[in-house]
Design a protein around this ligand. Structure first.
Ligand SMILES: [Zn+2]
Ligand SMILES: [Zn+2]
Length: 257
């Protein structure tokens, strides 16, 4: 079976006017996944089994709490805790001083990733449990297909390319993914056309956001208090997004029912 292409989603995203069309897609995807997890899927045995084994990262656990549906959350967490309690007993029975436990990576004080050796098998197990998340893994799969769709549209749909060049481009992290997939999946002659265009799109929009945040600071000068805000009213959140991705000014995502 041919894998799904997300042409409609990508076309909506490129028209959305966001600082990054992939941030826009990611937000939509994340919200849809949260609705799925806390909709009624948790009452289905196979899904509950998967959420119990995979668990949730800190970011998505917080989003789940904020979303609401305390009873749904409680069911999911109850099963996850039962799984952890069962595993705990197995792991602790094996945990002995001096037993080789393997390596894990963590963020050091200076923000760089360090590889460290776990001091015990129990530590190694907990470190591993922290690494997987049901929502992250669902999103990752679809995100990969969205990147493939992006390349497909560049090749097949001139109209998409035109809309893209009129868009505000990408945030830095998503642009890295775009470069990666373009070098991986475009033919050399297609790369020669698209890579310079994409770089130019990024550069133009980084300059635009720079101007906006510069003017936002100027506006705080009393001499400029009557001057026009221009595009700078929301320059702070847009600069944050350009630099690291996501939408810092978003309200928490809550259950609408
Ligand atoms: Zn982005
Ligand atoms: Zn997650």
């Amino acid at each position: 079976m041919k894998e799904k292409l997300y042409t409609m989603e990508l076309t909506d995203a490129v028209k959305a006017g966001d600082e990054c069309l992939f941030c826009w897609l990611e937000r939509k995807l994340e919200q849809e996944n949260l609705e799925f997890v806390l909709g009624s899927s948790y009452m289905e045995g196979d899904i509950r089994e998967e959420t119990s084994i995979k668990g949730f990262c800190r970011h998505h656990t917080k989003m789940m709490y904020d979303y609401g549906n305390s009873l749904g959350n409680a069911w999911i967490m109850k099963s996850r805790l039962e799984y952890v309690n069962r595993e705990w007993k197995k792991q602790m029975a094996q945990d002995m001083p001096g037993k080789k436990a393997g390596f894990f990576s963590r963020l050091g004080k200076s923000g760089d990733t360090k590889t460290q050796e776990a001091v015990s098998t129990a530590e190694a197990w907990i470190r591993l449990e922290e690494k997987h998340c049901y929502v992250c893994s669902r999103m990752k799969k679809i995100y990969g297909r969205m990147l493939d769709t992006f390349v497909y549209l560049l090749k097949a749909e001139p109209e998409f390319g035109r809309l893209l060049m009129e868009s505000k481009g990408f945030c830095l992290p998503h642009f890295a993914d775009i470069l990666h997939v373009c070098y991986e999946k475009l033919k050399p002659e297609e790369q020669q056309v698209w890579i310079p265009k994409l770089r130019q799109l990024m550069e133009t929009n980084l300059d635009r956001v720079q101007e906006d945040i510069d003017w936002m600071i100027e506006k705080y000068d009393y001499r400029n208090q009557d001057a026009d805000w221009k595009q700078s009213r929301d320059a702070l959140q847009r600069t944050m997004q350009k630099l690291v991705g996501s939408h810092p000014a978003d309200p928490v995502f809550k259950c609408q029912k």
